[in-house]
Design a protein around this ligand. Structure first.
Ligand code: NAX
Length: 326
């Protein structure tokens, strides 16, 4: 048996955290031979609820679960962790402007970045789920000067999974027939779900779908899917978000088998994106890290969509500049 890995989850008693902890303990992220010790981190107000989640974890008697640490202290929670999933974030309150939300969350992620920098394993992999995820990742990484920027990624896998499913429904094929669907940019409604490079059973998908469906139905549906779920369910996506976090970190840690997966990663300046923004691009993961898929041809329509989401990320970064160390 492998030695256990320590995995931290913030917002552990929230709706995504609840799903994520169960699936992590069941071995769905890191494999069926990898024991885990979970570090469940919450706010002081949610510690009682977290105790209930820990009881349920115990009651599952998961063979791979070697321990649970539940805490409201970030430094304790991130101590020696190999992976950290940052889910907990402040929800948008009544009368709160987007700018206020950005700022409130940036403070949380700045503090978490500093704590990871001090106490996590030096090769920790951090996935940011809490919104605004891309900019929160930027803030956390900027506050962790002893770690590499590339150790921080933000989640656009839920958007990719949504896009793949919509295409499979349209073409009446299996999701596993589809490859190379890309999410560019921000995890927000400016994201660009791109089918220009998509393959269905190894053949180009684009000739099989008409422009009107692609531009007027597919793209807005994926961009606004989160709101559509809230409208129907009365609560935001939770099981599908936890599932996407599992997919993202499993591929990053164990390898994506050559398949392209969209991840928000620190830009290296490619595709005209300012270095230092966390911008979603297609990546392949050899196991343990990601490599950007570079030099894809970009047509005029794609370029304009990619530019719009880039601009939004620049605005978000500018709104939190005061929390970025010089
Ligand atoms: P919940 O409100 O159910 O849970 C959030 C939990 O985080 C709460 O239990 C709260 O006590 C805790 N929390 C808040 N601040 C914390 C802090 N500083 N340290 C530790 N815990 C803290 O929200 P949930 O539905 O689980 O969503 C969590 C976050 O994921 C939100 O920001 C949400 O917007 C974001 N999402 C991101 C997605 C993505 O694709 N990147 C999709 C799903 C989701 O909307």
């Amino acid at each position: 048996m492998l030695p256990p890995l320590r995995v931290a989850v913030t917002g552990a008693a929230g709706q995504i955290g609840y799903q994520l902890l169960m699936r992590l303990a069941a071995g769905e992220m890191l494999g069926k031979h990898q024991p885990v010790i979970l570090h469940a981190i919450e706010t002081p107000q949610a510690i009682k609820a977290l105790r209930g989640v820990v009881m349920e974890l115990e009651d599952c008697a998961f063979p791979l679960l070697r321990g649970v640490l539940a805490t409201d202290q970030v430094e304790k929670g991130f101590g020696d962790v190999n992976l950290a999933v940052l889910v907990g974030a402040r929800p948008r309150g009544p009368g709160m402007e987007r700018r206020d939300l950005l700022s409130a969350n940036a403070q949380i992620f700045a503090e978490q970045g500093r704590a990871l920098n001090r106490v996590a394993q030096r090769d920790v992999r951090v996935l940011v789920v809490g919104n605004p995820a891309n900019t929160n990742a930027l803030v956390a990484a900027a506050n962790a000067p002893d770690l590499w920027e590339e150790q921080f990624t933000a989640m656009t896998r839920l958007d990719q999974n949504r896009a793949v499913s919509q295409l499979a429904l349209k073409l009446q094929c299996a999701v596993t027939d589809i490859e190379r669907v890309i999410i560019w940019g921000n995890h927000s409604n400016t994201q660009y779900p791109d089918l220009s490079h998509a393959l269905v059973r190894g053949e180009w998908a684009r000739p099989r779908i008409d422009d009107a469906w692609y531009r007027n139905e597919f793209i807005p549906r994926v961009q606004k899917r989160g709101a559509e779920v809230i409208e129907a369910r009365g609560a935001s996506s939770a099981a599908s978000a936890a599932n996407a976090a599992i997919d993202h970190l499993r591929d990053l840690w164990l390898g994506s088998g050559g398949r392209w997966q969209s991840m928000s990663v620190p830009s290296d300046g490619s595709y005209g994106v300012d270095a230092g923004l966390w911008y979603s691009v297609p990546c392949v993961c050899p196991g343990g890290h990601f490599r950007r898929v570079l030099d894809l041809p970009i047509d005029e329509f794609s370029a304009s969509m990619m530019e719009r989401t880039r601009k939004e990320l620049v605005e978000e970064r500018d709104a939190v500049r005061h929390l970025l160390p010089k």
